[in-house]
Design a protein around this ligand. Sequence first.
Ligand code: NAD
Length: 296
Amino acid sequence: MSRTVAFIGLGHMGGPMAANLVKAGHRVQGHDLVAVALDTAAGAGIVPATSAIEAVADADVVITMLPAGRHVLGLYDDILAAARPGTLFVDCSTIDVADARTAHERAAAAGMRALDAPVSGGVVGAEAATLTFMAGGGDAEYAEARPLLEAMGKKAVHCGDAGAGQAAKICNNMILGVSMIAVSEAFVLGESLGLSHQALYDVASTASGQCWALSVNCPVPGPVPASPANRDYLPGFAAALMAKDLGLAANAVRSGGVHAELGLRAAELYAAYAERAGVTEDFSGIVRTIRDRSGK
Ligand code: NAD
């Protein structure tokens, strides 16, 4: 069934995601604060709207793909009153779990329905429509959003009620951040003990040290030819995005009183590393910081 979708936030992720909805036969009315993003979207068949309010006025579904929670909540303040009663608001941005729950509450108070549906898969996944969506909200809302999510991705998981999608996203990325640091520390320890990268890889990748950070995104060049380490740590998954996600995880750890020492420490280490590496380096480049600090 073809839907009318308002898509707000046509950046690195939102632009190609909205374009995939057009390819799947939906009418997409897009808006972004940046004129060039709007022009690129128009070239992909998205109907440009001069304001978010104009974009949502006759939409069946409103999708947002914005930098952070403050952008989502600020936008909701502007547009909730402009949409038709009962419109489904799907937020695909990665934001604080508490902000996601607030977004659900504000949507409900305005007579709207809501789903949080953050993604993993990066810009490559957004372009190729191979994203994974993690959704939080009611069964009816998930069922309605599902055909749209399937047009933009290869997998969608309904994780639970309001905020559960964001919770799944930050828990997964906390595992990833901690495991990348652990794998990197092990390689630097191995170096200091005279162990070759290949020998450690051959053992750990088929033993109990196996994990994605080692066997897919290996932080040293050689053992996994496609990993960013082989192209001078060009992302991939940028250090700044990992730092952002670990910061969101740390917020939830603190507010929930959870004793997650490694998650909090990983957030600190990635915040310091990302200040230098930003969006230009893959998060696996943290191995160089560990090596530098070890005086190697
Ligand atoms: P981006 O900065 O490229 O795009 C965000 C867009 O939102 C920008 O074009 C900006 O102009 C627009 N915007 C901000 N406020 C707006 C408003 N009030 N009205 C209209 N437009 C507005 O960011 P991105 O890389 O596309 O990431 C978007 C979200 O997806 C973030 O939450 C990010 O954490 C998450 N994410 C990104 C990746 C990735 O690899 N880039 C992967 C997974 C998740």
